[in-house]
Design a protein around this ligand. Structure first.
Ligand code: ADP
Ligand code: MG
Length: 354
């Protein structure tokens, strides 16, 4: 049985539909991320799951039991859900230990003390229990907030942009740490973010949200290499769409001639029945295009962005079309230089022309 299950969840503020029919399931012990642009409904969906918002249609189940449907809502405190917010929301007048113990409610003092000490060690704050929040860095405060949410061993932990007040380096480190902590505790969690690197570092599975709907619920690899629609293709990673025509079922003919013939074409859901002659746009990621001095296909270097380990080249093909190419940075080419390229992809994704 899934730990969390959403079926056709709809939420409205007045006439404004914010969550427009969301379905997904989360197994116990899984970490999911909701990823999407600002305003797409991520926080509202989390608030529905936590019980702070009523839903207009559909249902939410926690461990099989319905906790939300139209006209019915189990109150937040009865859902056994822990929450971590962007602004930590610690009690300033309580010590670290007291903040974490607050999450435990009325446990016998002995048990509570043990659990608090164990949690502080888990989140890397061993021996800091006597400090007050203002004596800690932002990253440490967020760890206290996480320990407090984990304390009562909730059925589900919800984290809403928990790292967005922290600087980039710390954010990346903490997202990996928090993942380890959640895994060690065996927690089931959903984290909201608008940062795909954070989502990739944290999540077992990711739901891409846009305009109140989940556009694709999938593992990170598939979101990048097999996006379900143009929105996901564009929102995740970099790349270009090049026009092509389906030829021979599994091949696509492009202005680039034989560049990607022999490569099976997977038409996305927007193009379920791809026939010969069907006009498509083919998604090429920067890592799909590699340099090859022996290749007859030449491209001109238009632009280059040095990124340390690699360089992101913008290349112009003979047809005038542009592609991106990511190569190790010791392959250093000048702007205007002509270089040989070929595709290095075991599949391509195509979208039917709109
Ligand atoms: P996200 O977390 O993805 O940035 P939100 O869930 O906060 O998005 O907001 C989604 C939409 O719902 C926005 O258009 C926002 O203006 C609207 N909204 C959020 N909270 C309220 C509210 N309390 N009353 C009315 N509209 C709201
Ligand atoms: Mg939000």
């Amino acid at each position: 049985m899934a730990q969390l299950e959403l079926n056709g969840v709809v939420q409205r503020y007045g006439k404004h539909t914010v969550v427009a029919g969301v379905d997904f399931q989360l197994e116990a012990g899984s970490i999911a991320c909701l990823l999407g642009p600002s305003g797409c409904g991520k926080t509202t969906l989390l608030r529905c799951i936590a019980g702070f918002e009523d839903i207009a249609d559909g249902e939410i189940r926690l461990h099989g039991a319905v906790v939300s449907r139209a006209g019915l809502s189990t109150p937040p405190e009865k859902r056994r859900i822990g929450m971590v917010f962007q602004d930590y929301a610690l009690f300033p007048h309580l010590t670290v230990e007291q903040n974490v113990a607050f999450g435990l409610g009325r446990k016998p003092a002995e048990d509570a003390h043990l659990r608090v000490r164990q949690l502080l060690a888990t989140v890397g704050l061993h021996g800091q229990g006597g400090k007050y929040p203002h004596e800690l860095s932002g990253g440490q405060q967020q760890r206290v907030a996480l320990a407090r949410a984990l304390a009562p061993r909730p059925e589900l932990i919800l984290l809403d942009e928990p790292f967005s007040n922290l600087d980039v380096g710390l954010r990346e480190r903490l997202s990996v740490e928090v993942r380890d902590i959640l895994k060690r505790e065996g927690s089931t969690a959903i984290m909201v973010t608008h940062d795909q690197h954070e989502a990739f570092a944290m999540a077992d599975e990711i739901g891409i949200m846009y305009e109140g709907r989940i556009q694709q619920w999938d593992v990170p690899y598939n979101l990048y290499h097999r996006p379900a629609n143009r929105f996901v293709a564009d929102f995740i990673g970099q790349g270009v769409l090049l026009p092509g025509v389906v030829a021979g079922g599994t091949n696509v003919e492009m202005e680039l001639g034989r560049l990607i013939s022999d490569i099976p074409v997977e038409c996305s859901e927007t193009c379920a029945n791809c026939d010969d002659g069907c006009d498509v746009d083919v998604l090429l990621r920067p890592d799909d295009v590699v340099h090859d001095d022996r290749s007859a296909l030449q491209a001109e270097v238009l632009h280059k962005a040095f990124r340390g380990a690699d360089i992101l080249y913008t290349l112009r093909l003979a047809s005038g079309a542009e592609v991106l190419s990511l190569v190790p940075s010791h392959h250093n080419h000048a702007i205007g230089e002509k270089i040989g390229i070929r595709l290095d992809a075991d599949h391509v994704i195509a979208f039917k022309k709109q």
